[in-house]
Design a binder for this molecule. Structure first.
Ligand SMILES: *[C@@H]1O[C@H](CO)[C@@H](O)[C@H](O)[C@H]1NC(C)=O
Ligand SMILES: *[C@@H]1O[C@H](CO)[C@@H](O)[C@H](O)[C@H]1NC(C)=O
Ligand SMILES: *[C@@H]1O[C@H](CO)[C@@H](O)[C@H](O)[C@H]1NC(C)=O
Ligand SMILES: *[C@@H]1O[C@H](CO)[C@@H](O)[C@H](O)[C@H]1NC(C)=O
Ligand SMILES: *[C@@H]1O[C@H](CO)[C@@H](O)[C@H](O)[C@H]1NC(C)=O
Ligand SMILES: *[C@@H]1O[C@H](CO)[C@@H](O)[C@H](O)[C@H]1NC(C)=O
Ligand SMILES: *[C@@H]1O[C@H](CO)[C@@H](O)[C@H](O)[C@H]1NC(C)=O
Ligand SMILES: *[C@@H]1O[C@H](CO)[C@@H](O)[C@H](O)[C@H]1NC(C)=O
Ligand SMILES: *[C@@H]1O[C@H](CO)[C@@H](O)[C@H](O)[C@H]1NC(C)=O
Ligand SMILES: *[C@@H]1O[C@H](CO)[C@@H](O)[C@H](O)[C@H]1NC(C)=O
Length: 575
């Protein structure tokens, strides 16, 4: 009793202090970047990565150091000296060096049992089909495998690449042994279904601390991700959490931090578009500026850039690769030259103004306007509503294609729209832009009718694109997070046309997740893949820089969300 009263007073005091401090403590000038002499720069990194000591370039940069940086670099110089007669260290010598001086990858990220996990959350009672219930119970159980806590006790300062956070977090899974920014949006949807509100709040608090420190949320929980963010879904995560819990105190404490993240995107990720009818619009793009490989994909990036001879071309390549990673769609023909759109070397992400990023920022503006209105701050509420209206006009003027009935990315090099299908073309409907531009249900249905082949014909979900490039965000991969966008925008439209397509997609998606799980149940305990193959129900998608991953945070989050929200309409198709 006394303890909880003390806690109440303490949290009230913290609340006052936070309210007084407001946004002023946020480091808003952090453009990003990592200069760590082992994990981000220097010859040790380059030597390990270019010798491909590990199959996966990410392994090395996730290994904590046993000794301080100076000592390690000194030892490395000795190794180079020792092996100079034989032309430098070979793979075995490098591996021995690593074993002597580093801990295994992920050593500082420990499994932990979330305090708010219970075996039978209420949503399971809604599921009638016993097979689906068995599946849902198993997926709910996977939070136990995927929750981690940061623990550096015994490690020296600067001797690990994790970005320190206070609260436990859910990782994506497999090689992704840390939290990821946009993945967390779907993980939170699933945690809320699993009634794990404390874990959700902990993750949102970690992000709040990270914005306070860096001004933005990096791609994931590693310092080598500090050169880039990811699609800005933090405000929408907070919205989902507050809607589920009515925790308005958390919202009030966090609102200045949400403002700060929005400002970061407006400061570092905007461009000015002038249209031929004399219009001038501010829109956002993924625009990281860097002249080095991504540390966790050093070999791949270095090799990719080697076809270019000039520093400017290499810088353009590295910036576009890193910006592609910032977009979440790494990699995809969306970011390639329109004239050679299956060739990664033609990547030009920093010349593309994307529909999805601007849609998400529109949603941020609407949501921030609503939040400020809730707390009676009319000035801020009006500011964001005006920004949303202006952005809606810009999205219509720049991206909307009346003939193809889609919103297309703008390519700045050619000054043309990219008229290929991408799921991102539909994002304006996910964020309800129709409210701002007076698009009626009939007009929206005509978009779905135009796309009915893509939306209905693939048994394993909707592909991100219809171009086969051997990249993971192109055909034949279907990603869980993108299915979520399409399902929600269809079901929200709530017309006969949209509901029929939406139901079909929900059943196809749950079936493909179920079939992949069921067919691996005995051997692997039921696998949940990062992505699936649209042609072959229940098999993982492919392509890209690494083998398909099991776990998997956003897959579990999306399917739990669907099993909860649409429990009355889901029927499994056959595998
Ligand atoms: C990150 O960006 C900084 C500049 O902000 C640059 O100096 C550095 O080389 C970049 N590092 C990587 C790994 O991209
Ligand atoms: C690395 O890849 C090779 C070839 O694919 C494979 O034989 C080897 O077992 C892999 N090594 C590790 C440590 O995974
Ligand atoms: C370098 O060589 C010396 C002499 O053989 C040996 O004692 C030392 O362990 C070696 N150090 C490294 C880092 O290879
Ligand atoms: C959710 O969990 C809380 C405790 O963390 C519990 O009090 C509540 O009854 C649970 N709600 C449901 C619907 O299971
Ligand atoms: C952190 O790691 C240390 C050393 O490995 C261990 O003794 C300790 O129990 C860990 N702490 C937590 C909270 O897991
Ligand atoms: C991207 O950012 C750089 C500065 O880092 C800027 O020079 C460039 O104009 C930006 N790109 C666009 C299309 O606005
Ligand atoms: C891919 O694009 C690069 C850069 O434009 C070019 O050098 C290369 O020849 C292209 N590869 C193929 C297979 O077309
Ligand atoms: C509205 O919010 C802004 C930014 O946080 C703050 O400067 C201003 O004082 C607030 N106004 C009111 C009336 O609360
Ligand atoms: C969808 O429309 C039906 C009938 O038109 C209505 O009863 C239902 O409440 C609507 N559902 C939503 C989620 O708006
Ligand atoms: C699930 O897997 C089992 C064992 O492989 C199989 O007998 C069963 O038919 C599968 N269920 C469905 C619905 O496909």
């Amino acid at each position: 009793m006394q303890a909880s009263l003390f806690f109440l007073i303490l949290s009230f005091l913290t609340y006052i202090i936070l309210s007084i401090q407001g946004a002023t403590d946020v480091n808003q000038d952090h453009v990003g970047g990592c200069q760590h002499p082992v994990y981000c720069t220097g010859s040790l990194l380059k030597t390990i990565q270019l010798n491909q000591v590990f199959n996966d370039s990410k392994t090395f940069v996730d290994m904590p150091m046993r000794y301080p940086v100076d000592y390690i670099n000194q030892q490395f110089e000795v190794l180079m000296f020792n092996t100079s007669k034989t032309g430098g260290p070979n793979k075995a010598e490098l591996l021995e060096f690593l074993n002597n001086n580093f801990y295994p990858a992920g050593y500082e990220v420990e499994p932990v049992t979330p305090v708010d996990w219970f075996p039978n959350p209420a949503f399971l009672d809604k599921i009638q089909d016993p097979e689906l219930k068995r599946f849902a119970t198993s997926v709910h159980g996977k939070w136990l495998d995927l929750t981690r806590v940061f623990n550096v006790s015994g490690l020296c300062d600067d001797c690990y690449s994790s970005i320190p956070v206070t609260h436990p977090f859910v990782i994506a899974g497999s090689r992704f042994r840390e939290f990821y920014y946009w993945d967390t949006y779907w993980i939170i949807q699933g945690l809320l279904v699993s009634n794990m509100t404390a874990t959700a709040k902990g993750m949102l608090t970690n992000f709040r601390d990270i914005i306070t420190e860096y001004g933005f949320i990096p791609n994931g929980g590693r310092i080598y991700y500090l050169n880039r963010s990811q699609p800005p879904l933090y405000t929408l995560m907070v919205k989902s959490y507050v809607e589920a819990t009515s925790d308005y105190q958390f919202l009030q404490e966090t609102l200045p931090i949400l403002d700060a993240e929005y400002q970061w995107f407006m400061k570092y990720r905007t461009t000015q578009i002038n249209t031929c009818d004399g219009g001038s619009y501010t829109l956002n793009l993924y625009n990281v500026s860097t002249n080095t490989p991504r540390p966790e994909s050093f070999y791949e990036d270095f090799t990719g850039a080697s076809v270019f001879s000039s520093d400017d071309e290499q810088k353009f390549y590295y910036s576009s690769i890193t910006s592609g990673a910032e977009s979440g769609w790494d990699f995809c023909s969306r970011w390639f030259s329109q004239s050679d759109n299956t060739n990664l070397t033609t990547i030009q992400t920093i010349e593309v103004v994307p529909v999805d990023l601007n849609s998400i920022l529109y949603y941020n503006e609407k949501t921030l306007s609503m939040f400020h209105n809730y707390f009676g701050n009319t000035t801020m509420s009006t500011f964001y509503q005006k920004a949303a209206s202006e952005r809606a006009t810009a999205i219509q003027s720049v991206f909307w294609d009346e003939n193809n009935l889609q919103w297309f990315d703008l390519n700045l090099e050619t000054q043309t729209l990219n008229e290929n299908f991408y799921i991102s073309n539909l994002l304006p409907l996910f964020v309800d832009i129709e409210e701002e531009i007076n698009m009626n249900d009939e007009e929206i249905d005509s978009i779905f009718k135009e796309l009915s082949d893509v939306l209905l014909n693939f048994p394993g979900g909707i592909p991100s694109s219809l171009i086969d490039t051997n990249q993971q965000w192109d055909l034949p991969s279907a990603f869980p997070n993108l299915q979520y966008f399409v399902i929600e925008l269809l079901m929200d439209t709530n017309t006969t046309v949209s509901t029929a397509i939406g139901r079909s997609l929900i059943n196809r998606w749950v079936t493909t997740n179920y079939c992949g799980w069921n067919s691996t149940l005995e051997t692997e305990g039921g696998m949940m893949f990062e992505k699936y193959n649209v042609y072959d129900v229940g098999t993982p998608g492919g392509g890209g820089e690494y083998v398909v991953q099991n776990g998997f945070g956003w897959t579990n989050g999306v399917v739990l969300h669907l099993l909860n929200k649409y429990s009355d309409i889901i029927t499994l198709n056959s595998c």
